[in-house]
Design a protein around this ligand. Structure first.
Ligand code: SF4
Ligand code: SF4
Length: 441
């Protein structure tokens, strides 16, 4: 507890703009049920790196008996924001709202080192900008296709680079052709719904095959799919990192783009984006012109597995002889409460066998930008997950978030395990198109 500085005047360490809610903090009864599912507690066994410890740190800062020292901040930087503690908590503590508010306070009221600031700026200015990711695509593709990546990796040159740059290089997914999605894709047969597709940033540029598969499956199931061209980043990475003001602006532009598209449902296929857009009502609560529109927008958002679970299957599924290990993305299972729908979607494919990964509640270490800013902890969690997947002898791993896809691919590759990792919808698409399982890589 030596990081806690006692203050005589007991002035809150937080500013007045949405400090972490006391009402939520007081709901915590310190039972500890959340500890075994908290990845950082599992790794280090330290109370202050558990949900209960972090809630205590928020409480003392709010009461003015602790300051936001660098040590205090480090316990929040190490949190993955995975929300496993919310699922585990019997008292209904909404830790998501607490960590979001705390991180925004940290970014407004504490100073990061110059190196950290530069690194974070690079990450935000790149991964929230599809146009910049697109510009990076071709040099990165050349780096992979010419064999330069293999040479550089073998040469040991990477060891000379800073750890966070090495982490970025190690996480680079294998890039393929850039499939684009039409602005409007007509439904097969009678139209059942007009849906909007949130394209994402990393998904759009590094996993375009996932958006293409999502569009094909939705169209095959009778949806007219609209992918507004002018949609920006939804702001998920920014919200989860405490960059509230920038996230609010992106949320407004996203709402405007989908209002113009006039759709009944907004489909997400990146769990991190999905959990963010479903919370727009909360994010924009102080914006008179947008508060109500944000609630309407959020109520329309569904993960692709949710909407497909609602629609009685129309397209024929061809058999796939495939053993699939299903990985629950934290932002799908904990933040959105979506667990049964992707499993049910996969189990409707004849011949497909589902394998459950042990410790499903625990994060793989991806968590937005976590594997870029906290590479050691992320690698330890990735290794743990890879070691649980390997004995399942699965042909493929399926998941619903590009971040998990990248993290699992890198973690399995580190061990030399060549198991393809794909988005759940790619398997459904392969079955509907009657393609061979080889198409999954
Ligand atoms: S969000 Fe995840 S890492 Fe953070 S306290 Fe909760 S369980 Fe632990
Ligand atoms: S499970 Fe809920 S109430 Fe219990 S310690 Fe964790 S956050 Fe607090």
């Amino acid at each position: 507890m030596d990081e806690l500085t006692t203050k005589q005047d007991c002035v809150s360490a937080f500013d007045a703009h949405h400090p972490p809610s006391n009402e939520i903090i007081e709901k915590c009864v310190h039972c500890g049920f959340c500890l075994p599912v908290c990845p950082t507690y599992v790794l280090w066994g330290q109370e202050m790196d558990s949900p209960r410890g972090r809630i205590y740190l928020m409480k003392v800062a709010g009461e003015g008996t602790a300051e936001m020292t660098s040590n205090w901040v480090s316990h929040f930087d190490s949190c993955l924001g995975c929300m496993a503690c919310i699922t585990a908590c019997p008292s209904g503590v909404d830790y998501g709202k607490l960590i979001e508010a705390t991180r925004a306070q940290i970014e407004r009221n504490t100073e990061r080192s110059r190196g950290e600031k530069l690194h974070r700026r690079f990450v935000f200015e790149t991964f929230t900008r599809p146009d910049r990711l697109r510009q990076m695509r071709w040099p990165l593709l050349a780096y992979q296709k010419t064999g330069l990546q293999a040479v550089v990796r073998r040469s040991g040159l990477l060891k000379l680079l800073p750890k966070k740059i090495r982490a970025m290089e190690a996480l680079l997914p294998k890039l393929g052709p850039r499939e684009t999605v039409a602005e409007v894709t007509p439904p097969a047969g009678t139209k059942r719904r007009r849906v909007g597709l949130l394209l994402g940033c990393v998904q759009r540029e590094f996993f375009p095959q996932v958006n293409a598969a999502t569009t094909r499956v939705l169209a095959a199931e009778g949806c007219e799919v609209v992918a507004p061209r002018e949609q920006p980043c939804c702001g998920a990475l920014l919200v989860h990192a405490g960059e509230e003001a920038a996230a609010v602006e992106l949320a407004k532009r996203t709402i405007e783009a989908f209002e113009r598209a006039n759709v009944e449902t907004i489909v997400t296929n990146a769990a991190g984006c999905g959990s963010n857009v479903k919370e727009y009502g909360h994010l924009l609560r102080d914006e008179p012109e947008y508060a109500e529109r944000a609630k309407v927008f959020a109520a329309k958002c569904k993960d692709v597995s949710e909407i497909l679970a609602e629609l009685e299957p129309r397209a024929k599924r061809s058999p796939l002889k495939l053993r699939v290990a299903f990985h629950d993305s934290c932002h799908l299972q904990h933040a959105q409460g979506v667990r049964s729908q992707p499993r049910s979607l996969l189990s409707k494919i004849p011949g497909l066998e589902l394998a459950e990964i042990p410790e499903a509640a625990i994060c793989c270490g991806s968590a937005g930008i976590y594997n870029l800013v906290q590479p050691d902890a992320a690698n330890a969690l990735g290794d743990r997950k890879a070691e649980l997947i390997a004995p399942l002898k699965a042909d493929v791993v399926a998941t619903g978030n590009p971040g998990c896809l990248i993290q699992l691919q890198a973690s399995l590759a580190r061990h030399g395990w060549k198991i393809p990792v794909v988005h759940t919808i790619q398997i459904v698409d392969t079955s509907i198109r009657g393609e061979s399982v080889d198409a999954l890589g």
